[in-house]
Design a protein around this ligand. Structure first.
Ligand code: HEM
Length: 289
């Protein structure tokens, strides 16, 4: 049985993500007078040679964005095919997936110079932003799907066992908590209702944890062991919520995955065509603006 501690890789990617996004936002702000111009007037701007898609900055932005989006798929390899422990936990790879997805998309936005003119460019940009937006919603649902501390999805039997182990461990430390109910059958309600139920579940878990921690801190013997009891209690209330909505959460994740996956496939296919056209036929060889 394990209880989560602070997750260093997620913090590192979060900090890196914020720093990179801020740097890219600064570039966009600095070039605002250029990006705001209509296409025919752009070549007259002094920043045109740097900021146009094939420019001194615009092109490296595109290459780096594309590379990050390809690297982004490393999460899928780690999840499905590569099970070496030294490669880090799935949780760390998920943080990498989010980091590369968001920073990659921002780089592509700067590479496009905030314009998508060709039909292929429009399809690739729209799919990319749908993938990023569904990704953000999905990351929220992902956090609610039963997982081990390392990030592997838990089967119902594993989750039930984990919960029971935590209940016993808490009891041994002198904290009696109610045994969890089994998984409820999937209620057939809409996505919005399921998401709302998820938020309510978070609130219920936070309330239960607050009550438990108040009780622990009120007793001198328990308070002395609070450092061990409270992380256990936190994980216990979270897993209890997971168990009570087990099927609904897994169904929601499955439905969401369908959209994220298919828009990702469309975006990657169109982006690949765009790269082939640009390097073979487009401005990079002909030197067009
Ligand atoms: C922009 C490039 C991105 C691409 C190409 C991409 C692609 C994918 C693909 C193909 C999957 C697998 C879906 C499946 O299981 O069938 C996936 C999973 C996922 N992605 Fe993304 N994604 C991107 C960005 C993002 C971003 C920005 C986020 C969050 C902010 C995100 C969050 C997720 C989550 C939560 C999963 C589910 C993982 C799991 O259940 O194991 N993605 N992504």
């Amino acid at each position: 049985m394990s209880v989560p501690g602070r997750h260093l890789p997620s913090r590192v990617y979060l900090i890196l993500g914020v720093v990179c996004s801020a740097a890219l936002a600064a570039v966009a702000w600095k070039g605002r007078t250029y990006y705001a111009l209509p296409v025919p007037e752009r070549p007259l701007h002094e920043a045109h040679s740097a900021l146009r898609s094939s420019g001194l900055l615009g092109l490296p932005f595109g290459i780096a964005g594309y590379a990050l989006i390809i690297l982004n798929l490393g999460y899928l390899l780690r999840r499905g095919y590569v099970h070496w422990k030294w490669m880090g936990s799935l949780r760390a790879w998920m943080s990498f997936h989010v980091f590369t997805g968001i920073v990659g998309a921002l780089l592509v936005l700067l590479h496009s110079a905030f314009l998508a003119r060709s039909p292929m460019g429009i399809i690739a940009s729209v799919s990319l932003w749908i993938v990023v937006l569904t990704g953000i919603v999905g990351r929220f649902i992902y956090a609610h799907v039963p997982r081990s501390v390392q990030g592997q999805e838990l089967e119902l039997s594993e989750l039930t066992r984990e919960l029971e182990e935590k209940r016993r461990a808490l009891l041994e430390k002198g904290v009696g908590v109610q045994a969890a109910q089994g998984a409820a059958p999937t209620p057939h309600r809409g996505v919005a209702a399921a998401l709302t139920a998820m938020v309510e579940g978070d609130r219920a878990a936070a309330r239960e944890y607050e009550e438990l921690s108040r009780m622990v801190m009120a007793s001198p013997e328990l308070a002395a062991a609070a450092g061990e009891i409270l992380p256990l209690a936190k994980r216990f209330v979270k897993e209890k919520q997971w168990l009570s909505r087990y099927e609904e959460l897994r169904d929601l994740m499955g439905l969401w995955r369908f959209f994220h996956r298919w828009f990702a496939i469309v975006m990657l296919a169109v982006a690949l065509c765009h790269v082939l056209v640009a390097t073979g036929l487009g401005g990079l060889r002909t030197g067009m603006p």
